[in-house]
Design a protein around this ligand. Structure first.
Ligand SMILES: Nc1ncnc2c1ncn2[C@@H]1O[C@H](COP(=O)(O)OP(=O)(O)O)[C@@H](O)[C@H]1O
Ligand SMILES: [Mg+2]
Length: 241
């Protein structure tokens, strides 16, 4: 089953076409990577899929159902969760509280929400930090918390927007392991990432956008060797290893 199908999606901000006639599809259980230069329209595409912005044109289907113009919280309840490029936890609240906010997508019971949040924190190796204020955590832990808030909603598809930005190499490796584990738990993963070695290692397929348009899509190795991709994004010095 196609978990996500984006057809001819465009998004205008005034005179600027941030996403331009983008079409993409994802199979259930897949990890799809999205790369492109800064300002290419990656986050805007995510925002349209997650219901933050109404598309200017095009259709978005999730689990084979048209979801144009649905609100983020409703989509979240249906199983479409996302993280934000800029992490915004409730800083003075505990880590556990922040994850419980996500759990309430599926339950009104506080005890059920708490149990789910504790499971998620275990999964992310954050259980020992559950009582700390979110604002006191390192960047790496905050990025994990952001994933935790999304996982607590019990998504079928998770959109990850640069969850490795600002991380040290060892932290990147840990995040790669976490994202694999997320997929192995049955969740489809659509991720935007600038760290090439991470996105190359993780993605089943990779799509590249430039000025809002898709310029390449395919197996990571093929995409990284594509002349247009090297010109637009990777730079001539990039060599596929
Ligand atoms: N809310 C907005 N209002 C106006 N312009 C926006 C808005 N969000 C993004 N843009 C513009 O859309 C383009 C794509 O931005 P973005 O999707 O954030 O790119 P990326 O995530 O690939 O770096 C940029 O030119 C950006 O300035
Ligand atoms: Mg972005």
């Amino acid at each position: 089953m196609k978990i996500l199908e984006v057809n001819n999606l465009s998004k205008d901000f005034g005179g600027l076409r941030a996403v331009d006639n983008l079409s993409l599809a994802m199979e259930q259980g897949e990890i799809l990577g999205l790369i492109g230069p800064n300002g290419a329209g990656k986050s805007t595409a995510f925002n349209c899929i997650a219901g933050v912005y109404p598309p200017t044109e095009g259709t978005i289907r999730f689990c084979e159902e048209r979801i144009n113009n649905r609100k983020p919280w409703d989509l979240c309840k249906q199983g479409l969760a996302r993280t934000f490029q800029i992490v915004k936890p409730f800083s003075s609240k505990t880590v556990l509280y922040n994850v419980m906010v996500g759990s309430f997508a599926n339950t009104d019971r506080k005890s059920t929400a708490r149990d789910k949040a504790l499971d998620v924190l275990d999964f992310l190796h954050l259980a020992d930090k559950r009582d700390l204020p979110a604002g006191s955590m390192t960047i790496a832990d905050r990025k994990r918390l952001e994933i935790g808030r999304a996982l607590a909603t019990e998504p079928k598809l998770i959109l990850l927007d640069e969850v490795m930005a600002g991380l040290r190499p060892t932290e990147v490796d840990e995040m790669v392991d976490i994202i694999r584990k997320v997929r192995d738990s049955g969740i489809s993963v659509f991720l935007i990432e600038h760290i090439m070695r991470a996105i190359m290692a993780l993605s089943d397929r990779l799509a590249v956008i430039h000025f809002g348009k898709k310029i390449a899509e395919g197996a990571p190795k093929d995409v990284a060797a594509d002349e247009n991709v090297i010109k637009a994004y990777l730079g001539d010095e990039y060599v596929v290893s």
